[in-house]
Design a protein around this ligand. Structure first.
Ligand code: CA
Length: 222
């Protein structure tokens, strides 16, 4: 794989560390040490993915992510401080594709970037629709028609998760299986990403029957 990855991060040591690993893997790492510079580089250089630190001087990572999302679908991976649960959740709610918790292994960051790139380059499946009760999930429009005639537009990742659950309705899927199918990588230990996205789907579509199977994962009821 190759291409430009934009890192928006105010700590030079982290930038140096990541540059080394990314360049070894054939990527070009552009580094911006503030959100403002990062947003400028994003428009000038069209990177294939963005690594975005949450704690930045000036405009913070969340606001930077919002501004990126206002104009671009580029994959964004947030770099967050350790155990910063609230920030993680918010980071995902504002449209980031994934997050990595500091301190991280640079190789893990590379693996995440490769996973989001593989994911964003996959050919979309032939458009189809799946009915779940009176909901209709439309993979062409990537929307959900609700029983009362409304249209709900989940984020890209929420839709992929919903679609995968719907296609496997009645089957219990573990968090690991969902991560592999929807995010494209194996996960070690932590699995809040899936939970956060399920919570968001339930908030947007309260009556869609995504069931929690304790100790295992989730399933879409038939
Ligand atoms: Ca920072």
């Amino acid at each position: 794989m190759d291409g430009i990855v934009l890192l928006i991060e105010d700590e030079d040591e982290i930038a140096d560390l990541l540059r080394l690993v990314f360049e070894k893997e054939g990527f070009r790492l552009l580094h911006a040490d503030s959100g403002e510079k990062g947003l400028d580089l994003l428009t000038q250089r069209s990177p294939r993915a963005v690594l975005l630190d949450l704690g930045l001087p000036g405009i913070d990572g969340m606001e930077v992510c919002r501004r990126i999302r206002a104009s671009s679908d580029v994959p964004v991976i947030m770099l967050t401080a350790r155990d910063d649960e609230i920030d993680k959740v918010v980071g995902l709610e504002i449209g980031a594709d994934d997050y990595v918790t500091k301190p991280f292994s640079p190789r893990e960051v590379v693996a995440r970037v490769k996973a989001v790139l593989r994911r964003s380059e996959q050919q979309p499946e032939a458009p189809a629709a799946i009915s779940i009760g009176e909901f209709e999930i439309d993979s062409g429009r990537r929307t959900v028609l609700t029983p009362d005639g409304g249209v709900v537009q989940p984020t890209a990742r929420e839709f992929d998760l919903l679609w995968h659950l719907a296609r496997n309705r009645g089957i219990v899927l573990s968090r690991g299986q969902l991560l592999e199918a929807v995010w494209g990588y194996d996960y070690f230990g932590e699995s809040r990403t899936v939970d956060v996205h399920v919570r968001q789907l339930r908030r947007k579509l309260p009556d869609i029957p995504i069931e929690t199977v304790w100790g295992v994962g989730y399933k879409m009821a038939r």
